[in-house]
Each structure stands twice: as structure tokens, then as C-alpha cells.
Design a protein around this ligand. Structure first.
Ligand SMILES: C[S@@+](CC[C@H](N)C(=O)[O-])C[C@H]1O[C@@H](n2cnc3c(N)ncnc32)[C@H](O)[C@@H]1O
Length: 228
């Protein structure tokens, strides 16, 4: 049955994070979230992603990663649920699709890699598991998933200490990063999970975790995974 006809299926367009629907926030996003993508691109290239490859970026935001990898691959598709984000992606000449983790349907040659950064946390864990299984189905065996997100690498009993330390290190300048007020809203209202819950979800979706990076703050993680 198509998702639209399933009364229990999550409407991910209604859970995009309100700021991502705000045109002013989107216009300032690239400066706030300035990123050097060279390490992500090098990791994908080391796994064979190159001139003939198709890459899908899920929760692409302004398409900053898609723009960076576009010269190195045959096709990159930037997928997002936010109309202002999609307008920005298209303004840079990047192929964009209005969809999300739970609704994206791929057309054309199957992707060789799926990339996603700082977007999966918009889904509660039940839906993360479903999203990861959908990503696995998008990829053929040997396909690559590069997943980066805000993920908590501590025990529940350490939350006070770990979150307090994270907030203490936040920037005061909202134009150049995320302030303590924004991080508080993230912890309270969004769905970042623990590494020790996310990793079994990846395994269960038939991914082998080849490489894992954890931030010193214990609040960010990056995984390079291969579809079994
Ligand atoms: C913090 S931004 C990250 C953007 C980009 N990946 C980056 O790293 O610069 C999160 C993005 O996820 C998108 N998003 C929210 N819920 C989503 C969903 N269910 N599926 C796909 N994208 C989603 C938002 O619209 C937003 O563009």
C-alpha cells in the first residue's frame, strides 16, 4: 500500500524542524553551517565513488555537500522536505527532489552511495530504523552509506554532565554556529539518539560499519557503512 494511504505513516513534511521552513534561516544557513566536505569526499572516493557514480544526499539542506561532490560524480540528487531548501539547491543547478527518508523513491540507475548529515535526528528511533532499512534497499550490496549526525555517545546517567559540557562550549554567535539556546532546543525537541542504539539499527538494516568517528564532545558521530 502506498505510504499516503497508510494512516499510521509519519508525515515527515510536518516534522522538518520549523527553522528549515523559514526562508531567512535558509538564506543564512551556509554561513552558519560552513563545512569543509573534503574528508567526506575522500572517504567516498576511497570506496570507489567516482566519475560514473550516482550519489543521493538525504536531508540535503541547501545542497552544500551535493555541490561539493557534483564535479566528482556522474549524478548527485539532493533530497529534502523543505521548500526553501529545495529552492536554494535548484538555484545552484543541482538536481533536487522534494521527499525525505520515508518517502524518497529513486528513479534511474541505483545509487552507489547515500550521504546524509545532521538530518536523521528529525525522526524518532522507530522511524530511524525504517529509514535505514529504506536506505539499504536503495543501495545494492557493496553500496556505501556515509551517515553523520548529532548522536550521543554516553550513558543516560552521564547526560547531565555531557550535555552541560556541550552547552558550555557553544558559540555565542548564531550566524556562525549553534548557540546554547539552539542546542537546548535540539536536545529537548528533536530525536538525536545514543550511539549504542543507532549502531544496532545500522547492523539490523544490513550495513557493516566500516568506520566510526566520535566528536570529543560525545555529541556528533560519523559512520561509513557498506551495504552487505
Ligand atoms: C540541519 S539541516 C542539515 C542540512 C545538510 N545535510 C547539511 O549538513 O548542511 C537538516 C535538514 O534535514 C531536512 N529534513 C528534516 N526532516 C527530514 C526528513 N524526514 N527527511 C529528509 N530531510 C529532512 C531539513 O529540511 C533540513 O534541510
Amino acid at each position: 500500500m502506498p505510504h499516503e494511504e497508510m494512516s499510521w505513516w509519519l508525515d515527515e513534511f510536518a516534522h522538518a524542524g520549523p527553522e528549515h521552513l523559514d526562508a531567512a534561516y535558509v538564506a543564512a544557513f551556509d554561513e552558519k553551517s560552513a563545512t569543509d566536505w573534503s574528508e567526506d569526499i575522500a572517504i567516498l572516493q576511497a570506496l570507489g565513488i567516482g566519475a560514473t557514480s550516482t550519489v543521493v544526499d538525504l536531508g540535503a539542506g541547501t545542497g552544500s555537500f551535493a555541490r561539493a561532490i557534483a564535479p566528482h560524480v556522474a549524478r548527485v540528487i539532493a533530497v529534502d522536505v523543505s521548500d526553501p531548501m529545495l529552492t536554494t539547491i535548484r538555484s545552484h543547478g543541482i538536481e533536487a527532489v522534494r521527499a525525505g527518508f520515508l518517502s524518497y523513491e529513486h528513479a534511474g540507475e541505483p545509487p552507489d552511495a547515500v550521504f546524509t548529515r545532521n538530518a536523521l535526528h528529525h525522526l524518532p528511533d522507530f522511524w530511524k530504523a525504517i529509514a535505514l532499512e529504506r536506505i539499504a534497499r536503495l543501495l545494492s550490496p557493496g553500496g556505501v552509506l556515509r551517515l553523520r549526525d548529532l548522536v550521543y555517545d554516553f550513558e543516560p546517567g552521564e547526560a547531565d554532565e555531557a550535555i552541560s559540557a556541550w552547552l558550555a562550549g557553544a558559540t555565542d554567535n548564531p550566524a556562525a554556529g549553534w548557540t546554547a539556546t539552539e542546542l537546548v532546543a535540539h536536545v529537548r525537541e528533536e530525536h538525536s539518539t545514543f550511539t549504542w542504539l543507532l549502531e544496532p539499527m545500522l547492523e539490523r538494516a544490513d550495513f557493516e560499519i566500516r568506520d566510526r568517528w566520535l566528536s570529543p564532545t560525545r555529541t556528533y558521530a560519523a559512520y561509513t557503512c557498506i551495504r552487505r
